[in-house]
Design a protein around this ligand. Structure first.
Ligand code: TYD
Length: 218
């Protein structure tokens, strides 16, 4: 068992790999772009690990199933937040921090900003409280670079699958707030968070992402 103090120590001790996070609303093409980015970095001879949230660990996989199961409709927003945070805490101490310490770069499909936006901006939970819980859950670990893929609301809705999970199945109003939340949060931290329009072709969007990441992973 790993305690919180140990996680915090791990997260702030010197690390050699870079931590890159891809974010964005459902349907923004993040997962495809993350896979391509990792293939590109590997071709450049970089050590790199691709992970996703929620999930990425044995425990996280179980939590993911609970979170996304449409049968769990009674889940409160607070319980939902804490489950996302629990999954995140586990992947930080089990996978991300050890990889960064070994000099492996980590590309993460969603991180803390997803909770700020989905459970905070759209779900109505207090952002300040959420940031405090978030810092505790990740032991102060911050991405070296965050990229938000943004696209018009209508396009995002059209890309939604035929069998939406519990979060995707939420109202249009909720998803509109998610999109707006990403843009607001990115505007608050412009140095750390880059917004890339995801309306171009897969290749065009990928080129933009690579140009940003190349400045972090040299
Ligand atoms: P997933 O199938 O991984 O979607 P995507 O490919 O769009 O990332 O499902 C993750 C869902 O969980 C997605 O709808 C966003 C939501 N989510 C939150 O609401 N809060 C969070 O902290 C995270 C990480 C994800």
């Amino acid at each position: 068992m790993t305690g919180g103090v140990l996680i915090r120590k791990n997260a702030i001790s010197p690390r050699r790999g870079k931590f890159i996070v891809l974010e964005g609303p459902d349907g923004c093409g993040k997962t495809t772009q993350a896979r391509r980015l990792v293939a590109y970095l590997k071709r450049r001879g970089k050590k790199v690990l691709l992970i996703r949230e929620p999930g990425g660990t044995r425990l996280g996989g179980k939590i993911r199933r609970i979170l996304l199961d449409p049968a769990n409709g009674e889940m409160s927003m607070e319980a939902e937040l804490l489950l996302y945070m629990a999954s995140r805490c586990q992947i930080v101490c089990e996978i991300i921090v050890p990889a960064l310490k070994k000099g492996v770069n980590v590309v993460c499909d969603r991180f803390l900003l997803s909770s700020i936006v989905y459970q905070g901006c759209a779900g109505g939970l207090d952002i300040g409280t959420l940031e405090t819980i978030g810092r505790f859950a990740v032991g102060g670990l911050e991405p070296d670079c965050s990229i938000v893929l943004s696209l018009p609301f209508k396009t995002a809705m059209e890309r939604r699958g035929v069998r939406p999970d519990r979060i995707e199945a939420r109202s249009r109003t909720f998803h509109r707030k998610v999109l707006r939340g990403y843009l607001e949060m990115a505007a608050r931290h412009p140095k750390k968070t880059h917004v890339v329009e995801s309306t171009g072709t897969i290749n065009e969007v990928q080129q933009e992402i690579r140009a940003i990441v190349d400045k972090t992973i040299k």
